[in-house]
Design a protein around this ligand. Structure first.
Ligand SMILES: Nc1ncnc2c1ncn2[C@@H]1O[C@H](COP(=O)(O)OP(=O)(O)O)[C@@H](O)[C@H]1O
Ligand SMILES: [Mg+2]
Length: 398
């Protein structure tokens, strides 16, 4: 899981402290370091625990709380303070910020707002070079949408195997949402029998919190967590754009990498996923239908610069006899090929039929090595982009 933020809270009122504590306990990227019910003891608690973030609830006694914030700011200037109050008027916010708080949230605290504030504080702290006792550099979250240029092009194969591969990096927490709502098969590819699906999440969206959401994900032995498509096909209709927006927003706060395996319908949920993604892998092949559709998709995306800039074309099954030439494909697409995944029917079909990802089924295969290269090109430390066209020693292109 991503680097944990160690948090200490102070709130003399049980009625507000407990819900806030429970909310924090549900966030995987948070470790509740200390909980205090007296303003006067809190400074000592902080001296001892040296958390990454401090949360001060103001409403039990505004004067004492603001004094505490001022003291904390002086004594521990590198620890950011998040003030919480039911009074969200300009005056209260200003007072808290002037005392030294970095963020202000109105209570009852909304989970998304809390996560966003914590993310901002994490960034502030990293940028300021404050490390605290256990301070670590932030690992940003990355949402990777995997779309395909036609059915069967290999989107799920790329999404699932990329997810399992990324999950091998100990600092990464990786989740995959199967957005092929009617006919998705990420669960089959991973041989998982999930208890919950995206439909359960959508039905409970009003009371969705991090604990519930995380329980709805099913963990594979590689470390990849899966949120599957609904079991009943008709339940696909339950999932609306706003549900997905909320789920992606929450999961990206808890996982370093979120992979979205899209349907081929380019429907409303797919478009939401494309918009929310940081990078879109458009999986295609060196054959006519895929290439023609790739051009059409890129043309559609071109109308929306937020989509066009994020697209990376991934050619799958490269090296099969019937391939159209790579150069010709690139000229047709008008965009460099970001990555090539070799054709390896033996490894891939066996892996898919066994429901075991390549990483476990054929760890030394060239196709798994290619997926690992893709993971590195997308998320590697050097961020070195993959060469537009990699000369392969193993395949000859026409
Ligand atoms: N690189 C590859 N080499 C050989 N077969 C592949 C490769 N990628 C995918 N396949 C096969 O193609 C089929 C369809 O792939 P899939 O990932 O389900 O496509 P999509 O999700 O785009 O519909 C799978 O049965 C898989 O075994
Ligand atoms: Mg698929």
């Amino acid at each position: 899981m991503r680097d944990v933020q160690r948090i200490a809270i102070v709130d003399p009122a049980d009625a507000t402290r407990e819900p806030l504590r429970n909310m924090l306990l549900g966030v995987e990227s948070v470790w509740l370091e200390a909980e205090c019910s007296r303003y006067e003891f809190f400074l000592d608690v902080i001296r001892q625990s040296q958390p990454d973030v401090v949360v001060v609830a103001l409403d039990a006694d505004h004067t004492k709380a603001l004094q505490l914030i001022a003291q904390l700011t002086q004594e521990c200037p590198t620890i950011p303070i998040l003030a919480v109050s039911g009074r969200g008027d300009g005056q209260s916010i200003l007072q808290a910020l002037r005392s030294g708080a970095k963020e202000f949230l109105t209570s009852p605290v909304v989970l998304e707002e809390l996560l966003t504030a914590l993310q901002r504080l994490r960034r502030t702290r990293t940028e300021a070079g404050g490390s605290g006792l256990h301070g670590v550099a932030k690992v940003d979250s990355m949402v990777i949408a995997v779309a395909g240029a036609r059915g069967g092009v290999g989107a799920t194969s790329v999404a699932v195997n990329l997810g399992c591969t990324l999950a091998q990096t100990p600092q990464y927490g990786v989740a995959l949402i199967d957005l092929d709502l009617a006919l998705g098969d990420a669960d089959v590819a991973l041989d998982l029998m999930p208890d919950y699906t995206l439909a359960d999440v959508a039905l409970n969206i009003e009371r969705l919190d991090m604990t519930f959401l995380r329980r709805s994900l099913c963990k594979h032995s590689t470390g990849l967590s899966l949120l599957p498509h609904p079991v009943q096909m008709e339940d696909a209709a339950l999932i609306r754009e706003e549900h997905l927006q909320r789920v992606i927003g929450l999961l990206r706060a808890s996982y370093t990498h979120l992979i979205l395996d899209l349907s081929k319908g380019f429907n409303a949920t797919d478009v939401t996923a494309l918009r929310m993604a940081d990078v879109i892998l458009l999986v295609s092949q060196l054959e006519l239908t895929s290439l023609r559709n790739t051009v059409r998709i890129l043309l559609t995306f071109a109308a929306d610069p937020t989509l066009a800039d994020k697209v990376r074309v991934v050619l799958n099954r490269v090296g099969s006899d019937a391939d159209i030439g790579l150069k010709k494909a690139e000229d047709t697409i008008g965009k460099p090929i970001f990555w090539q995944v070799p054709n390896d029917a033996h490894s891939m079909i066996e892996s898919r039929n066994a429901g075991v990802p390549l990483l476990q089924h054929a760890p030394r295969s060239k196709i798994q090595q290619s997926i690992a290269g893709l993971a590195q090109a997308l998320c590697g430390k050097d961020e070195a982009p993959a060469p537009a066209v990699r000369k392969s020693r193993f395949f000859s292109f026409k």
